[in-house]
Ligand binder design. Structure first.
Ligand SMILES: Nc1ncnc2c1ncn2[C@@H]1O[C@H](COP(=O)(O)OP(=O)(O)OP(=O)(O)O)[C@@H](O)[C@H]1O
Ligand SMILES: [Mg+2]
Length: 409
């Protein structure tokens, strides 16, 4: 991928739609543009109003475009939600080249094979991810290219989603004038910036605490083994504050972000602020301690639901790398400590290491760019080896990526 080829990601969240523009730099990426807009058309991470969502996407994209001075035609779009299922799949092919050296084409064919499963009509394949390759019975191979063999197998998992939910996301992005370069499962994308390969191998839970939903994903032996959504997040905390302090939602949200503390014992009695009372011109003074007594029980509830979700997936206290948190709500003072107490294991908060996006709520957006770049690098390798594949000209990197993904997925 050459300099000047941009990768754009769209994270369509309950509170915010975020557009990020990345540019390949050395072995990684540079984030060169960020745009965000409040999302009114999304509830608990699902699109409930197409027109409002289209407006938010357009606004976020406009911001990012203005920052960089380019026009965005195409973007990677994140998907998540309870409609996502993972299912195991297997593919097997005979190695095609006469010298029996496994090439990109063989890998491509075996992944295609793994896609051939009977699916109900309301479900669609989003991605196929290789867990391991098997060459002539030898297991545990992560990249078989360049090896010699006769029989190539793949143990993969298929990521499928509800056709309607996927259609809604694609429709909103296209109505905003943006082509969908590819759909990316958010926890997979986030894992590329939030997790080390050690963590992914030993066993770790990646937890995204957003505004409308909390997603819990488990990784083990390098692969995603489960993902699930709890329809509860920062909006519940805001709602609790609005009810208890008898104020409006906008004021409650602002107070939460400015003064919120997740731990009563760490909250200060000296940090004071005024809160407008709903239905009057009155303002009432509260302390951070008062606020923490409202926030702590709800945050405890969220993390205890996370723990239960992990237990349902068959893991309890046996996650050697513990828990890695991201999403806007974990920016709150004391959130990490509260999570550690509730989850009963080591907790770390993930933040992207790029200027302008050093915030746990940008992990998904930046992750999609890293994920797309890795796929693009595989693609350029495939193109340089596979002379049979016609390389399109004029369509730019996105057209080429899309072709490649269409072949793979
Ligand atoms: N500094 C902060 N302190 C406390 N809460 C914060 C802070 N920054 C953001 N939040 C909260 O984080 C939430 C937004 O997180 P995020 O941007 O990850 O959600 P989203 O992607 O829009 O929603 P979802 O993923 O649930 O669809 C909101 O509830 C917001 O109030
Ligand atoms: Mg989110």
């Amino acid at each position: 991928m050459a300099k000047g080829d941009y990768i754009v990601s769209l994270d369509i969240g309950t509170s915010k739609v975020r557009a990020i523009i990345g540019e390949p730099a050395g072995n990684g990426i540079n984030v060169i543009g960020v745009g965000s807009a409040s999302g009114e058309g999304i509830r608990h991470g699902s699109i409930v109003d197409i027109d409002l969502t289209v407006e938010s996407i357009r606004e976020a994209v406009d911001h990012a475009e203005r920052m960089v001075g380019i026009q965005i035609h195409s973007a990677y779009v994140g998907v998540s939600g309870n409609h996502i299922h993972l299912q195991n799949s297997h593919g097997v092919v005979a190695v095609s080249s006469p010298d029996r050296e496994i090439g990109d084409e063989d890998v491509e064919r075996v992944l295609q094979q793994a896609r051939v499963v009977a699916l109900p009509p309301e479900r669609e394949i989003i991605d196929v991810v290789a867990k391991e390759f098997v060459v002539d019975g030898l297991r545990g191979i992560t990249d078989p290219r360049g090896m010699l063999g006769v029989r190539l197998e793949v143990e993969a998992y298929l990521i499928t989603g509800s056709r309607t939910a996927i259609h809604n996301v694609v429709r909103c992005v296209e109505k905003a004038g943006i082509e969908v370069a590819n759909l990316v499962l958010l926890p997979l994308a986030a894992s590329t910036v939030a997790l080390s390969s050690d963590e992914r191998n030993l066993g770790v839970a990646l937890v995204d605490v957003g505004a409308g939903a909390t997603s819990v994903s488990l990784f083990e032996r390098g692969a995603l083994v489960g993902t699930s959504i709890i329809p509860m997040g920062g909006d519940y905390v805001t709602h609790d504050i609005a009810i208890c302090l008898r104020t409006n939602t906008a004021a409650a949200e602002q107070i939460k972000v400015r003064h919120g503390c997740a731990l009563v014992e760490a909250a200060s009695d000296n940090e004071r602020f005024k809160v407008p009372r709903i239905g009057s011109n009155q303002e009432v003074e509260y302390t951070q301690y008062d606020l923490a007594t409202i926030i702590e029980p709800r945050m405890q509830e969220i993390f205890s639901l996370v723990r239960k979700e992990i237990e349902k997936m068959g893991y309890s206290n046996d996650l050697p790398s513990g828990f890695v948190l991201h999403g806007g709500l974990v920016s709150m003072q004391g959130a990490g400590e509260l999570a550690a107490a509730e989850l009963g294991g080591p907790v770390r908060i993930a933040v992207p290491e790029f200027l302008g996006v050093r915030d746990p709520s940008f992990v998904n957006g930046v992750g999609m760019i890293t994920y797309a770049l890795r796929s693009a690098q595989r693609m350029s390798h495939a193109e340089s080896v596979n002379h049979m594949r016609p390389v399109k000209t004029g369509g730019g990197v996105f057209a080429r990526l899309k072709d490649w993904f269409r072949d793979f997925i």
